[in-house]
Write a protein that binds this ligand. Structure first.
Ligand code: AHR
Length: 356
């Protein structure tokens, strides 16, 4: 117990230093009092609706340790297996209740809800805020409020277009490179002479994951005259919408060679659509992103040809950054996760290693 208190004291000391460094008022021992506002919260990252009320906003253990650091995480939503793994990674990282009081807010795919969640953490004097922004723009005001309150903000997963001075750092994937890697593999695989028709299922509009993957892919593919992108539309990173969009593409375009789905969830919808139509899946080159275990199984079965990894296990990196920030150390503004590119030929050996 004494050991725990010393550890908490050490963290508190580090915090005061950081606070001094960035002009923050130190109130890390303030009790969390969840107010009756409309922010919805949930820990149900395993596929639930995320519709618990704010009154029981999900803290790490349902009670508070007044010596712990109050960490608030505002997630985008619960739209995919990737997202579930991302939420779980944060929850596991901040599960030590002797060090952290961790509160999770489900943004319900709504930027306004996300902003409310951040505001709540500011109002309640949280020690640090982690935000997974659903879209790129519209964060300046709330980030400025957090900065003025001296609360470090770590942006995770998708990027924002705010000035870098408004947040502490960002941890996530190099979406542009992911898109490029997909296109480079495709060009190697299908060559540069035979005409090939591509349809793309994009993610959420204005999300940096969508923008980056689209740009990276298009930048490479546009250099080769034998590739035509027939259509590139959003299915919101969602399985059901992916299926619907694939059905639309199938009725619209008689000759499709390549299907690019910007996440595994949409790939599952695409495969369902093709299967229900009685199409021969082997006739299509299917490229996906994320690298979920389920998608690896589909690669083993010959249904997906390439999966470009997007690493959701960001919790430990975020914790390390937080400790550095609170200790007053400077950190790199941009932190890319390590990620691989997996063609179907590698899936059999890799499938057992997948962690999400
Ligand atoms: O921002 C990361 C993307 O968001 C993942 O590719 C996707 O599965 C999630 O919904």
């Amino acid at each position: 117990m004494r050991k725990k208190l010393i550890a908490a004291g050490l963290i508190a000391g580090m915090l005061s230093l950081a606070v001094a460094g960035c002009g923050k008022n130190s109130n890390y021992t303030t009790k969390v009092e969840l107010r009756d506002d409309p922010v919805k919260s949930s820990t149900d990252y395993a596929g639930g609706s995320g519709n618990a009320t704010d009154e029981n906003a999900s803290k790490s253990d349902g009670k508070e340790n007044s010596d712990s650091l109050k960490i608030g995480f505002v997630q985008t939503a619960n739209e995919s297996g990737w997202r579930a793994a991302h939420t779980k990674s944060m929850e596991e990282t901040f599960s030590d209740t002797s060090k952290y009081t961790y509160t999770f807010v489900d943004g319900q795919a709504d930027q306004a809800v996300q902003i409310k969640g951040i505001q709540k953490f500011i109002d309640e004097g949280y020690d640090a805020i982690i935000v997974a922004p659903i879209v790129v723009s519209g964060w300046d005001d709330i980030l400025k409020k957090a900065k003025d309150a001296g609360i470090p903000v770590i942006i995770v997963d998708r990027q924002v277009d705010s000035d870098e001075s408004l947040y502490s750092c960002w941890v996530g994937s190099d979406f542009d490179t992911e898109g490029k890697n997909a296109a480079e593999w495709l060009v190697k695989e299908l060559g540069t002479s035979e005409p090939k028709n591509i349809v793309v299922l994009e993610g959420t509009p204005d999300a940096s994951a969508t923008l980056g993957r689209t740009k990276g892919f298009n930048d490479v593919i546009s250099q080769y005259g034998n590739y035509t992108i027939l259509a590139s539309e959003s299915a919101d990173f969602d399985k059901a919408k992916g299926k619907e969009l694939m059905n639309k593409y199938l009725s619209q375009f008689p000759s499709i060679d390549v299907i690019v789905t910007q996440n595994d969830n949409m790939a599952y919808g695409v495969i369902e659509a093709l299967t229900e139509k009685g199409a021969n899946i082997e006739n299509y080159t299917i490229i996906s992103f994320d690298g979920e275990a389920e998608a690896f199984k589909l690669m083993v079965d010959g249904k997906i040809d390439l999966d470009v990894e997007c690493n959701p296990l960001q919790g430990p990196t975020v914790e390390k950054l937080l400790q550095d920030l609170l200790a007053g150390k400077s950190v790199d503004k941009t932190q890319f996760m390590e990620e691989g590119v997996y063609p179907a030929s590698s899936a059999k050996d890799e499938v057992a290693n997948r962690k999400y």
